[in-house]
Design a protein around this ligand. Structure first.
Ligand SMILES: [Zn+2]
Length: 347
């Protein structure tokens, strides 16, 4: 038994199914490990449909989420491309403005050189000096204008750079969220693909039912039992037995019976049922088959003598027919010689 993996699966099953089903997990700590494994398998078997429905609902939700994340990534990718294009334009514009400023500064220097030369001309030519001074004024205006344009281009470049950075961060966030959504979806899908069927889990439980009896018997106390719809059964089978009674009722079949009985009561029954002796004569030698004290599964709460409508059932009853068709799902097997006797091993 992979008990650790099993325990993890149970924790998961309990976590997902807890609002609907409850198992007295803490109380079960007192019973042997194989009995815990058995009840866990039966619990998982009987809640397999609910667990699967929950997983499918989760998967549907996760698929919707992934569509949203995909859209977010597509939008962020487009925005990132647009921001990069804006940045590229801003870089080109800034570089162009810087070049234009350099040309204006060069032209201004040339005009200032011309003015200086004109001032040195002898004889002095007033019109030439005036023209050169005007040229310097025009070149200065142009230089100032282009200097301003460089400043404006630098501002736009800064805005484009921080915009591109912000959009890139948004794209990273969107991609991370998309990857997380994909992973979550994959995890749920794998859980669905690998979830064992209810029948497989019940079959697995049945393979350890004899070990449950062997391990439970030496340490058994009455405290290990629980009352389910008035029938006292071992805690290991309480959940499954309750479900069996409830599901039978839903199908219109009333089920009750006698479960746990003490060794003292078993001794008493051996006498009442006319067994040749209390301790050695086989069960079949009694007027009503009655197990030797210390060997009956009733003494562990792992067998139930089923009654329906206040009467012990026979093979002809509706309850027997229902049990024959359904009891295995709940881990109950009939002892062929006694139509009413159902236990986890069939003994
Ligand atoms: Zn019985």
């Amino acid at each position: 038994m992979h008990s650790r993996r099993l325990a993890a699966a149970v924790t998961l099953a309990l976590a997902t199914a807890a609002p609907v089903f409850t198992v007295p997990a803490a109380a079960q700590a007192a019973v042997p490990e194989v009995a815990q494994s058995y009840s866990t398998l039966m619990y998982r078997s009987l809640t397999a449909d609910a667990t699967m429905a929950k997983l499918r609902a989760t998967l549907a939700q996760q698929k919707k989420t992934l569509v949203v994340r995909d859209t977010e990534v597509a939008v962020a990718t487009r925005e990132d491309a647009a921001a990069q294009a804006r940045l590229s334009t801003a870089v080109t514009a800034h570089s162009g403005a810087v070049d234009a400023l350099a040309a204006a500064e060069k032209a201004l220097a040339a005009a200032q050189g011309d003015l200086s030369l004109a001032g040195k001309l002898r004889p002095r030519k007033k019109t030439v000096v005036e023209r050169a001074r005007k040229a310097v004024t025009v070149a200065t205006t142009t230089r100032d204008l282009r200097r301003k344009k460089v400043q404006e281009a630098a501002t736009r470049l800064g805005v484009a750079r921080s915009g591109a950075k912000a959009v890139a961060a948004e794209l990273t966030t969107a991609l991370t969220a998309q990857a997380a959504a994909t992973t979550a979806l994959g995890t749920t899908q794998r859980r669905i693909d690998t979830a064992p069927t209810a029948a497989a889990l019940a079959a697995q439980a049945s393979t350890v039912s004899r070990s449950v009896v062997d391990r439970v018997r030496p340490s058994f106390t009455v405290a290990d039992t629980a009352s389910v719809h008035g029938v006292t059964v071992h805690r290991t089978v309480a959940f499954a037995f309750r479900r069996m009674v409830d599901d039978a009722a839903a199908d219109g079949v009333q089920i009750s019976g006698g479960g746990f009985r003490t060794k003292e009561r078993q001794i008493e029954l051996r006498k009442i049922n006319g067994c040749p002796d209390v301790w050695t004569a086989p069960s079949s030698s009694c007027r009503v088959p009655t197990a030797i004290p210390g060997r009956s599964l009733h003494e562990l709460g792992l067998a139930v003598d089923i009654s329906s409508g206040g009467k012990t059932i026979s093979r002809k009853t509706k309850a027997f027919t229902w049990l024959q068709a359904n009891a295995a799902k709940y881990g109950y097997v009939n002892l062929p010689s006694e139509a009413w006797h159902w236990s986890i091993t069939g003994n």
